[in-house]
Design a protein around this ligand. Structure first.
Ligand code: NI
Length: 255
């Protein structure tokens, strides 16, 4: 059984065939999905999905792309949404210095603010970090985010950084990129991260694994990630599925 710990099924790409996508996911052994909202509209839609499907849970937060839209009213609504019993994390949050869709200073402020919300609510955080490794680590440390813990999603750092992330008590999530031909850093990280600190994810509809790269990603493809991890670690596939699912359930306090 598999846990896709990072999906965006509320995206427009899934409007026409979500039920078929979910049937395929179950056929591939996916029994839990965490759907991650990244702005107010998508946070609401994520909670709606969690209400509708028993095996879908939700996270609510503000992505660095949308950090510029932060208002007091938005934070109030995030608190309200987070009170739903199927909301199990705050995020995704973090820094994205690749796209720079919000000013970096605003991204940093909004990241710090959300760590504060997570600490207030005693909920784990989901971190998005693109080309901002050093600043993300600095903020995580300065804000005491280890008190609540969480996951570095779509981890793209070096093994050196991964060690620091593990020492801070965080999990590392790996998805489709580990199956790419040009993957190098992420292969090393996947090999070396202890299995009991690893989460699997798709980030669907994005980051589609080989051999479907270029097409829409979906939760069922998390099986391809699990197979690759099993091969890299020389651990039985069933064990990768079981342990990573238990890791996710422990972090997000599910079941
Ligand atoms: Ni995401």
């Amino acid at each position: 059984m598999l846990f896709d710990t990072h999906a965006h099924l509320e995206e427009r790409n899934f409007v026409d065939d979500l039920d078929e996508v979910l049937v395929r996911a179950k056929e591939q052994g996916v029994s839990l999905i965490l759907n991650v909202g990244y702005n107010l509209k998508h946070a609401r839609l994520s909670v709606d999905l969690a209400k509708k499907y028993d095996f879908i849970y939700a996270a609510v937060g503000l992505h660095p792309h949308d950090a510029k839209d932060a208002t007091d009213e938005l934070w109030e609504e995030i608190y309200t949404l987070a009170a739903h019993p199927k909301v199990v994390a705050i995020g995704e949050m973090g820094l994205d210095y690749y796209w720079d869709h919000s000013p970096r200073e605003v991204q940093r402020q909004v990241f710090r603010h959300q760590i504060g919300i997570a600490k207030d609510l005693k909920m784990p955080i989901i971190i998005h970090d693109r080309d901002a490794h050093q600043d993300v680590l600095t903020i995580v440390k300065e804000e005491g985010a280890s008190q609540v813990g969480g996951v570095f999603h779509a981890f793209s750092g070096s093994w050196e950084m991964a060690r620091e992330v593990l020492n801070l008590g965080f999990y590392i999530a790996i998805g489709g990129p580990v199956t790419f031909k040009n993957a190098r850093k992420v292969l090393e990280v996947a090999q070396k991260v202890p299995l009991d600190r690893l989460l699997l994810e798709t980030d669907c509809p994005f980051l589609t694994p080989h051999p479907y790269r270029g097409k829409r990603n979906e939760p069922g493809y998390v099986k391809l990630v699990a197979e690759k991890i099993a091969e890299l670690k020389n651990v039985p596939f069933e064990e990768v599925c079981r342990v990573t699912k238990e890791n996710g359930q422990k972090l997000f306090q599910i079941g």
